[in-house]
Design a protein around this ligand. Structure first.
Ligand SMILES: C[S@@+](CC[C@H](N)C(=O)[O-])C[C@H]1O[C@@H](n2cnc3c(N)ncnc32)[C@H](O)[C@@H]1O
Length: 308
């Protein structure tokens, strides 16, 4: 597929105008997609069940449709089994993804599961690159100001290491992250470069470094969306880790501007368990939602800022 920005000088004024549009949505689709609380349904492809923490392809498709046009280039620094690259391909966008775990790379390279295909698929050729490397090495592969949209979901610090033992006062079998539809997500690897194996301070340092890299490789006026969930770190007696807020704080250090936080309602996908206890005088809610943290890079001259 021809990338219009590669031949910028040869474009007609109509093509140039199109180049500056955000997406290909019509008005009613635009309004539907702007709900700030959303559920994402549909079947789960086998490779995503195996991963255990993959996001639904319907979520990836919706966000790619909102924030890109056909022919744009989408990046996912934590690719997992390739949901972002699959969704991009189905919508006629090029894509590039980084993943540190070679087993997930193999699954990502399997391509699109038939469960994810529909009659509306884009049928022309698109380009996908799936790279087995630490996402902190992105600049070895991608030039500055070349990415049209970043969509990702990071490891949630060491949440998955915690869930193996005790979590929220319940044991592994009764864990609230168990679900009838998929296996409980396990730690992704023992690799020290895996963000899921880092101490909190190093996790924050690496996320800031990655946010800076993403800022540099993204074009002005483009978006960077992180899917994250808050959690409890009971081993360290921290009842609530406000991860989505931390991600905003770290992103803003790198220059990203927070434009929205959308709630992904997952209450239908989780078993409810009783957390806390009368005698301990503690009541915990079953955390049944994630956030889409939506960040944007200012175009030169724009003066949007983050609140204090
Ligand atoms: C929440 S999962 C992403 C799942 C993905 N959205 C999908 O649908 O398959 C986070 C992924 O980040 C990967 N990862 C962790 N540290 C990484 C690093 N430094 N570089 C690249 N990938 C990393 C993990 O192996 C894991 O697959």
């Amino acid at each position: 597929m021809t990338k219009p920005w590669k031949e910028y000088n040869k474009l007609t004024s109509i093509q140039l105008e199109k180049l500056h549009e955000l997406n290909d949505l019509n008005g009613s689709k635009w309004a539907q997609m702007s709900k700030s609380v959303q559920k994402f349904n549909g079947g789960i492809a086998k490779k995503r069940k195996e991963h255990g923490a993959a996001f639904p392809i319907s979520l990836a498709k919706q966000l790619i449709e909102i924030f890109t046009q056909k022919g744009d280039l989408v990046l996912d620094p934590f690719l997992g089994v390739g949901t972002t690259t699959d969704a991009a391909q189905l919508l006629g966008r090029d894509s590039i993804g980084f993943e540190i775990n070679k087993n997930f790379i193999k699954l990502a390279k399997q391509g699109i599961d038939k469960i994810d295909r529909s009659k509306d698929d884009f049928n022309e050729e698109t380009k996908e690159e799936i790279i087995h490397d630490n996402c902190l090495n992105i600049k070895k592969y991608i030039k500055n100001n070349s990415i049209d949209f970043v969509l990702t979901s990071p490891p949630y610090f060491n949440l998955l290491n915690n869930t193996i033992d005790v979590f929220g006062g319940t044991n592994y079998k009764k864990n609230i992250y168990n679900s009838s539809k998929r296996s409980l997500a396990k730690p992704y690897s023992t690799d020290p470069q895996d963000f899921g194996n880092l101490k909190w301070e190093d996790f924050c340092k690496n996320v800031t470094q990655l946010m800076t890299i993403l800022f540099d490789v993204s074009k002005a006026g483009t978006y960077n969306v992180w899917i994250v969930r808050d959690f409890r770190d009971m081993q360290n007696k921290i009842p609530y880790v406000n991860l989505h807020n931390k991600i905003v704080e770290l992103a803003s250090k790198a220059g990203w501007i927070l434009t929205d936080i959308v709630i992904w309602d997952q209450t239908d996908q989780r078993h409810l368990v009783k957390l806390g206890g009368k005698k301990s005088r503690r009541f915990y809610f079953n955390i049944g939602h994630s956030y889409a943290v939506i960040l944007r890079k200012n175009i030169e001259g724009e003066k949007f800022t983050n609140s204090n």
